[in-house]
Ligand binder design. Structure first.
Ligand SMILES: Nc1nc2c(ncn2[C@@H]2O[C@H](COP(=O)(O)OP(=O)(O)O)[C@@H](O)[C@H]2O)c(=O)[nH]1
Ligand SMILES: [Mg+2]
Length: 296
């Protein structure tokens, strides 16, 4: 059994989210978080956390970015997908930072050490979507709070991650995709990108099979608008991660749409009751009700 506790950390004014292992009491996190803040490289700016997990030189490379964050020049990219689908690994390769994959229990924002185009990126790593509605609402709240801290910036692109090794689309993968689509809104168009991951783990003898699955996903699921389908393959390498990011700076892409969740967070707020009113929040509840019906 997992305990999930989320609360406000009064001294620094940021929200915290923690997953406690079975048997631990959910009253420790304030203390624990305090220790984490003291002992790790945690940068706080305007209530926004910029995590850096590695060396001093990388730490310094993040410091000037604080100023850049204030200037609002980067393209904000939101990553969504189930746990283990490769979001944090993608960030590691896209940013050149040694980001720890072990547990993503709250949202963090990363900036590539070397810009790959005229504009740099701010990439939001998010906790993985789950099969439980309560967990997914918690993830949505984390995302909503990060978006409201980033305001007046808005999300310029979103990426959905799916492990190609999982094969054809399961029920929970479908429901994660439905949540992603409701986070984006249908008019987000090509600003929503779909990535199949783990290509470097596919058996070379079965590449045809996985290519077929990839094409099927592209044909039937991986798009917001049927006219254009930005779908990529990722095999845990920097070149592919950067290729995906380059999509967002392609001059042919009109990056003029606002993420539906961004608009809804402005309207309903980033509290749990606020995110329940968003389209993604409603989608989470709808899929929970569907599952309950199946069980009954
Ligand atoms: N071989 C391979 N491993 C990957 C790939 N993407 C992620 N992983 C590994 O899969 C595990 C989960 O990935 P992670 O990036 O933490 O997934 P997240 O939960 O979506 O952030 C980690 O051990 C990664 O090293 C990939 O494309 N290829
Ligand atoms: Mg992660």
């Amino acid at each position: 059994m997992k305990w999930h506790t989320r609360g406000r950390f009064p001294d620094v004014g940021i929200s915290v989210g923690h997953e406690l292992k079975s048997g631990t009491l959910p009253l420790i996190p304030y203390l624990w978080k305090w220790k984490e803040i003291e002992s790790s490289n945690l940068w706080i700016l305007n209530g926004l956390r910029l995590k850096n997990h590695t060396s001093c030189s990388q730490q310094q490379s993040l410091l000037p970015s604080s100023a850049a964050i204030m200037s609002g020049s980067e393209i904000v990219i939101l990553l969504i997908g189930p746990t283990g689908s490769g979001k944090t690994s993608f960030i590691r390769h896209a940013t050149g930072l040694n980001v720890d994959s072990s547990s993503t229990t709250s949202c963090s924002v990363y900036r590539p050490t070397t810009p790959i185009g005229p504009q740099n990126f701010l990439i939001i790593d998010t906790p993985g979507l789950d099969d439980l509605a309560a967990e997914n609402l918690g993830v949505l709240k984390e995302i909503a709070q990060t978006l409201s801290k980033l305001a007046p910036r808005t999300v310029g692109g979103a990426i959905f991650f799916h492990r190609i090794l999982d094969g054809r689309f399961s029920g929970s993968a479908r429901s994660h995709l439905d949540i992603f689509k409701q986070i984006c809104g249908t008019d987000f168009g090509d600003q929503a990108v779909f990535v199949t991951t783990m290509w470097n783990l596919t058996d070379p003898k079965q590449v045809e099979k996985y290519n077929t699955i990839h094409e099927e996903l592209k044909k039937s699921y991986f798009f917001l608008s049927p006219n254009s389908k930005p779908v990529f393959k990722f095999g845990n390498d920097a070149a592919k991660a950067k290729e995906v990011l380059k999509h967002f700076i392609n001059p042919k892409l009109k990056r003029d749409k606002t993420l539906l969740l961004d608009r809804e967070v402005k309207r309903f707020g980033a509290s749990l009751s606020g995110v329940r009113k968003t389209s993604a929040g409603k989608e989470i509840m709808k899929s929970a009700n569907r599952k309950a019906c199946v069980i009954l």
